[in-house]
Design a protein around this ligand. Structure first.
Ligand code: FAD
Length: 561
């Protein structure tokens, strides 16, 4: 990643900068003296602050006491302006954007585990890819262009970070998508002529050029492999992300922003959100202590924060709630009677490790009839010297991989009925999908699985040997794919359930990591419109959004160490 320009002005704390006037729900500035919401909605915080004293591992920044502070919360009925449920990459991306680009006085993030990003955003759960539409042959041009803009936000964000932190989060490697056989090569050539005007870094690679980029893809014993091959390659761009490290950096930056303006960030780890209910114009959120990865008995947080020893609060009241809890978002929504039209079909992905075989990411041409991405090979950003192949696509009756008790939650969100059965029937009715599902099931079998997987992985590295393949135990999360029971369709993208004004639930299967900052911006805009806080849109656009094509990139101010 290129560093910030030497001598570039250091970032000033957002709270110290003049922010635009609050916007009304329609985005217009309300007349002077008129609050965008009624007075009760503007009040939040002080009266209940004692109740916020952490018991579970918690990080609290200074309470806000100065009435002149931006976005100040006054004594009232609520504890926090915005409560985010879920400490994965999506919830924390929203936390970061709210902290840096608005003047909200009080933000709370609640995470059931004692450490952030222990479910799908964990480095070992996903493929660590920024999907920007250039090598994903299952994306139409339209989809690729929209994903490209959102995906670019991660690289832009990374450029704001100090080099040491940035280099732990985002990685630049070569990447390519490989066509094998006449039909795939033809398809890839057509794709190149359609896409390359929009993706100028794309290069069309013939077999010899592939051999120069990725010798093990093109060569067997020093000779070109026998079948025709072609690739689209991108030499050098932000390609891989450690979404777990990215999550940590979002929280770190949010803490910095909130501390500078004496605003308040309440990070509650090892705390489970049990239930959310509207209460007047606020939301009543029931919490309970939780156990799991990183939870420490006695209330000391992962950073060693001391417990106050006070009993844990069980209820918080928030002006706005965003649930970014993966598949559990649907569970929480349905408990409240929303999102009942959806059912969840969890699709796990497993991986295999090999020795260091590839220089960059190698994807393959997607079979259009298959709903999930074909396997690919990726250098693992946390396991130097190893290449990770996968993921497989295994239907698994769990909402969380490696947590068997999530079977009961799965049963609740499956909501098995004729509509769900009809979708499953449709899926199994297509021979390609049926064979694919069965093959992926067989991948899990101890002896046979490795041999079957070898045959697939040889499409990428034809000389791969069985002895090279080692199952990546403990790796791979679960994609919470939703079924729309009304239209009887399997949905492949993310879902946002807008339950009530001020309460939404996000379910984010792949490529949810790539879209975290884009989805957060969408939530932020809803929050700004409803709560009437200040929003430095110009700064967000300058820092995070790519310039219109052909434009000169704006110079961003790096974030302070
Ligand atoms: C095999 C696989 C490969 C993938 N590859 C990619 C890829 O290459 N690129 C990409 O962009 N995306 C990829 N994804 C998708 C990506 O990992 C997810 O979209 C992303 O991590 C979702 O982030 P999240 O914050 O929404 O969810 P999560 O990371 O799952 O976080 C949700 C959090 O909510 C917490 N939570 C749940 N319930 C509660 C509750 N009741 N109270 C409090 N906290 C709660 C959980 O503990 C968890 O920490 C992949 C996914 C899988 C499974």
């Amino acid at each position: 990643m290129e560093g910030a320009a030497p001598g570039a002005p250091r970032r000033e704390a957002l709270a110290a900068q003049p922010l635009p006037e609050p916007q009304s729900r329609t985005g217009r500035v309300p007349p002077a003296g008129q609050a965008p919401q009624d007075r009760r909605m503007r009040q939040c915080g002080a009266r209940r602050r004692n109740a916020l004293t952490p018991h579970r591992p918690s990080v609290q920044l200074p309470l806000q006491t100065d009435p002149a502070l931006p976005g100040r919360s006054e004594p009232g009925d609520c504890d926090t302006d915005v409560l985010i449920v879920g400490g994965g990459v999506c919830g924390t991306a929203l936390l970061f954007e709210l902290a840096r680009y608005t003047d909200l006085g009080s933000l709370t993030l609640v995470e059931r585990y004692g450490r952030l990003a222990q479910v799908n955003s964990k480095a070992s759960s996903n493929s660590q890819t920024i999907h920007c539409g250039d090598i994903e042959t299952n994306y139409t041009l339209e989809k690729a262009l929209s994903v490209q803009r959102t995906a670019a936000m991660i690289g832009r964000y990374a450029d704001l970070l100090e080099p040491l932190v940035r280099d732990r989060c985002v990685f630049r490697t070569p990447k390519l998508v490989l066509a094998v056989g006449e039909a795939e090569c033809r398809l890839l050539r057509e794709r190149f002529s359609l896409f390359s005007p929009h993706f100028p870094a794309m290069e069309l690679l013939e077999a010899e050029q592939i051999a120069a980029w990725e010798p093990r893809v093109a060569l067997i014993a020093g000779e070109l492999r026998p079948e025709p091959i072609l690739a689209i390659g991108i030499r050098h761009s932000p390609t891989a992300v450690d979404y777990e490290a990215l999550t940590a950096s979002f929280v770190e930056e949010a803490r910095r922003e909130m501390s500078s303006g004496r605003r308040r960030l309440d990070l509650r780890l090892s705390t489970l959100v049990r239930r959310i209910e509207p209460e007047g114009e606020l939301f009543r959120v029931e919490l309970e202590p939780s156990t799991g990865p990183g939870s420490l008995p006695g209330g000391a947080g992962p950073g060693g924060e001391a417990s106050t020893g006070e009993p844990p609060p069980t209820v918080l009241r928030a002006r706005h709630v965003v649930v970014a809890a993966g598949a559990h978002s649907l569970l929480l929504a349905q408990r409240l009677g929303f999102g009942l039209e959806y059912s969840c079909l969890p699709v796990a992905g497993s991986f295999y490790f090999t020795p260091d075989l590839l220089n960059g990411k190698v994807y393959t041409v997607q079979n259009d009839r298959l709903p999930f991405a074909a396997i690919h090979g990726d250098p693992d950003v946390r396991a130097p010297g190893q290449t990770r192949f996968g993921p497989t696509a295994l239907l698994l009756p769990l909402l969380e991989r490696y947590r068997p008790s999530s079977f009961w939650d799965f049963l609740k969100v499956l909501r098995l009925d004729r509509a769900v059965l009809a979708v499953l029937w449709q899926l199994f009715g297509v021979a390609d999908i049926r064979n694919y599902i069965l093959r992926n099931l067989l991948f899990e079998l101890p002896w046979l699985g490795r041999r079957l997987f070898l045959a697939d992985a040889r499409k990428i590295v034809p000389s791969l040997q069985l002895s090279d393949l080692r199952p990546a135990r403990g790796y791979g999360g679960i994609r919470p794919q939703l079924i729309d029971r009304r239209s009887r369709r399997l949905l492949l993208g993310e879902i946002r359930i807008e339950a009530l004004p001020g309460l939404s639930f996000n379910v984010t299967p792949s490529p949810g990591g790539t879209c975290c900052l884009g989805n957060a911006l969408r939530d932020l805009e809803t929050i700004v419109a409803r709560l009437g806080c200040r929003f430095d849109r110009e700064r967000l656009e300058r820092e995070l959004l790519p310039p219109p094509s052909g434009g000169v990139p704006a110079v961003s101010e790096p974030m302070a160490a």
